[in-house]
Design a protein around this ligand. Sequence first.
Ligand SMILES: [Zn+2]
Length: 318
Amino acid sequence: MTIELGPVGFFYHPVFLQHDTGAGHPERPQRLEAILTHLAATTLWSRLQVRVPTPVDPAFVELVHPRTYVSLIERACREGPTALDPDTIASPGSWEAALRAVGAVTTAIDQLLDGSLNAAFCAVRPPGHHALADRAMGFCLFNNVAIGARYAQRRHHLARILIVDWDVHHGNGTQAIFYDDPSVFYFSTHQFPFYPGTGARQEIGRGAAVGWTLNVPLPQGSGDAELIRAFQEELVPKALTFAPELVLISAGFDAHRDDPLAGLAATEAGYAELTRIVRGIADRSCRGRIVSVLEGGYDLHALGASVEAHLRVLLSDE
Ligand SMILES: [Zn+2]
């Protein structure tokens, strides 16, 4: 069966470069510049629908984060640079960047649901998946993907959201936020044991949500074959049973073999195949609706090339 493809959105705003993490920090503005420079030199750039995200209404941020926390982050940014933990910096430019990063996800969801886009990639900073409801950590201020899931449920009345997290680090924040919520299926592959320490096999959700957290921890050195097997054998059957109405990807590219922060061995071809598998789920469950959101990825060349491979599959042009 041939799936009729709609346009693919690329959400970016230059304010993401104003999130200043300080000299020598791996999560730096050059990451996004590397993605843009790389994509602009490819044939796929002209086929992407480049969209400018508006800042999210902070009321939607409060679907996940308590108002006191949102206020704390705003203050930390305005008075910054402020170290929220040793690695997590809020700078004066971070406030608008953070609101537009969430806004990229919510705008993308709006445009998928109104039919103007079929899929979207959000090239955002700061990343989100380590942010807990009431605590910034691991370079993350607001949990972009978690807010996106809640937004899709509240604004668009979607019942079931699948979050696929292939960042090399476990998305402890996203897991915690949905740990007892059977309406959101959280699936993660990650190096283990590794930062942030969570993501063991036994962490499977709580109460009515038991089974709707699925962690596949991978030992250092694992690569494409182990990742693809986890997706095919563990994610696919469970996701098709779940039948999501929207798929969100926490798309970190730091499981790449060239990444300086971690020890997995994925390649661009591996990211293409993971994307193909997730697309298969989305095509069968929800007319291909995927919003992919950048998380980590710290080798600039590997990041650009991996995002290209990912987008080629979303555009179905391989
Ligand atoms: Zn990461």
